[in-house]
Write a protein that binds this ligand. Sequence first.
Ligand SMILES: Nc1ncnc2c1ncn2[C@@H]1O[C@H](COP(=O)(O)OP(=O)(O)OP(=O)(O)O)[C@@H](O)[C@H]1O
Ligand SMILES: [Mg+2]
Length: 713
Amino acid sequence: MAEADQHILEGLNERQIEAVSTLEGPVLVVAGAGSGKTRVLTRRIAYLLEQGVNPSEILAITFTNKAAREMVERVHHLVGVEAAKALWISTFHSACSRILRVHPELGRLRSGFTIYDADDARRLVERSIRALELDTKRFPTRAVMAKISSAKADLITPREMALDAHGAYDRLVATVYEAYEAALIANNAVDFDNLVNSVVTGLREHAGVREYYQRRFRYLLVDEYQDTNRAQNELIGLLAEPENNIFVVGDSDQSIYGFRGADLGNIIGFANRLPTTRTIALEQNYRSTNAILELANTLITRNAVRHDKTLWSELGQGVSPLYFKAQDDRQEAEFVVSQALTVLSDGYSLRDVAVIYRTNAQSRVLEEELSKAGVPYRVVGGVRFYDRREIRDMLAYLRILVNPDDDVALSRVINTPHRGIGAGTQEQLASAARTRNVSMLHALELFSTEELGLSSRAAKALTHFVEMIDYLRELIHEEAPAPVVLDEVMTRTEYLEMINEEDPLTAEGRLENLAELRRVAAEADSLEAFLEQTALFSAIDAELDDSSMTLMTVHMAKGLEFPIVFVVGLEEGIFPHMRSLTTPAEIEEERRLLYVAVTRAKQRLLLSSARRRSFQGNVIYNPESRFIGDLPEGVYRRQESLDYQPMPEHESTKKRANEPAPYRVGDRVFHTRYGEGEVRAIRERSVDREVVVYFDAAGERVFFGSMTKLKLV
Ligand SMILES: Nc1ncnc2c1ncn2[C@@H]1O[C@H](COP(=O)(O)OP(=O)(O)OP(=O)(O)O)[C@@H](O)[C@H]1O
Ligand SMILES: [Mg+2]
């Protein structure tokens, strides 16, 4: 064996070496958590390069951008920076968007197309529902979107959906789907699902392009294969032909994206579809102590639908997992804080600690307790940077400049800041554009405002707006750098003034965010590259700070590992989640989620639940999670505190709410921002009070808790 080989194969067991060095034909690695699947995949890339494979012939797919970047780094480490640069290591979404940038025709797109994220897509679906004059109560956007998205995961077209429809409702959903797809094309945009789907359908239709990519990507590698959907699997299958040098790793016990259309059949049927497959199983776990693995193994064997495998490790027995049953969510958070501080004194750092929960909403109480104790933390996937309003507004402006057909972006900012283009005018413009089959901005450029049937008052504002956009677009033609364009947008649109005037309290933070955006823009090669990067940014990408503790959902934690792991909120209705209690299959997916969570832990695992917690403004009592009941006492230690004084915070808000409200329904009130209005309803909630006011100028608003800004008139 050459010396370089040894270096690359060093620190791998025999079966891992087999997985790394079997280069020709399909290879399937099925193995439990922490058995080195990702390590093997990374080493295999290095090995391929070492065997003389050209970096540009390799396409490796990971599940998050963060995982992709980590892998680039590891490969960089193993084979040097030049080779690492030429490789395609990316998520399905970024690989497909890269292909579409070069071949937009695959998705019936034109260059400069926009990638719509979930929020953009929602707006467009809603608009399609309205355009078809369907009742938005019977066709709630979210429900319709879910149906469309799951159809797309299975590569089902609107036509096929209509043919398969059982009953009128489903047929109408298919019509919305069709209208939505048409609107995407008209806006020169793709949503996340279509990134993959359009490449698959496009490659099927365009033999030339298909053969090009098949020749180009001679070696394909996929991590977390158990979570691929049908469309993603088709893509891989298509690209791998005819040589089928395709290497996939996965663990069916960690399949947790069923709700998004992931298909376990992909991994189970892999060897059947490709009969020359070499299947390799790994059993040794290199991540966790045996105490943690025992708990994980006992838990997952309760699932009926699975292949039996048992993980073991040579890392010793270790500390037995601890389960703490708190009186309420605040005490649970205090437990996390105090335990985290204890492990610090054992020589760990906060970076070694992760708190994992089932739903994002659970982070709030934890965050409050951590801030109170002065413990630095980072929430992965909370209100994400790119979801903040000022960031989305700026990006919408930039998108219009690059893609004037992007009506969703245009609608977002046409009247932000306020420039007298109200909802009525926008509706009028949208429908005039629709009948002329052009985008809203083009309608304004091609037709006079009279022709479009717009009022003369609106006409002036609109002309002004178009002039401004034209001016800014000049910058794009001159290929001005992204931060320059961004600066011009902020000043020309008077956006900064708006922020300053709107709310002095939050202005500072928002200006900081915009400065941060400018910094990111400065690092991008071009404005297009910048927009693409922001569209594909996933929550997990937030850089992990060296000295803070990490808070995140189970879905975000997949593939990661931490010395100390807390799994909180082990209650019926939370974990398992209340939306997943109906079928055994749903419960099994919840159990796999918990399995993923606990197998992130290397040395210490701490589980907890609360008898009582505040939830969406109410106090709820949940029984202990059935998953705790799955575990025999032997695999964990149990702790409960009975002498705890519950919920001081909640009591105080309650008291405030119990004081009589200073006004009654029907009273006239004044608000500094909205002016005068009438109190329409006062609702006492267990922890707070809700006041509904109908303002003469601003319409209905709802206020919570302290209402210092409302004065009786
Ligand atoms: N042969 C080995 N010797 C020593 N450490 C190893 C070996 N194989 C893997 N490891 C280490 O074990 C840990 C788990 O490996 P890795 O993350 O690749 O597992 P995985 O199978 O991808 O897990 P998951 O299913 O959670 O994604 C890592 O820290 C890795 O570096
Ligand atoms: Mg992995």
